[in-house]
Design a protein around this ligand. Structure first.
Ligand SMILES: [Zn+2]
Length: 106
């Protein structure tokens, strides 16, 4: 999931937040016993559990997804010549939240 442009990173986070993940349980004989990535969105089990650890629970997932989605909706298509620093701060904050959810933050 690395190396995505900020809008794609945010869209990915929205997808992860909106999915009702289903992680298949591997065979007990598997060498490393970790549930497999989500069959719907492909999110690794580590990401799903990290988000669950970071947030109080699913009731916040939808409003946060809606908020991130709203920021991406108005993302400029090309290099922004806008002097709207408030919009720029919102984009930066949304990108940082998405990175933290996906585990890409430094
Ligand atoms: Zn999923």
């Amino acid at each position: 999931m690395a190396d995505l442009a900020p809008p794609e990173t945010i869209r990915q986070a929205v997808t992860v937040l909106r999915c009702e993940h289903a992680h298949p349980i591997p065979e007990p004989s598997a060498p490393i016993w970790t549930p497999e990535p989500c069959t719907t969105c492909g999110t690794p089990y580590e990401v799903t559990t990290r988000i669950a650890d970071m947030m109080p629970g699913p009731p916040l997932y939808k409003p946060l997804a809606d908020l991130l989605d709203a920021v991406v909706e108005v993302w400029p298509d090309g290099p922004s010549r806008s002097t709207d620093t408030a919009a720029s701060r919102r984009r930066t904050a949304a990108h940082q939240i998405a990175q933290q959810l996906l585990g890409e933050a430094a």
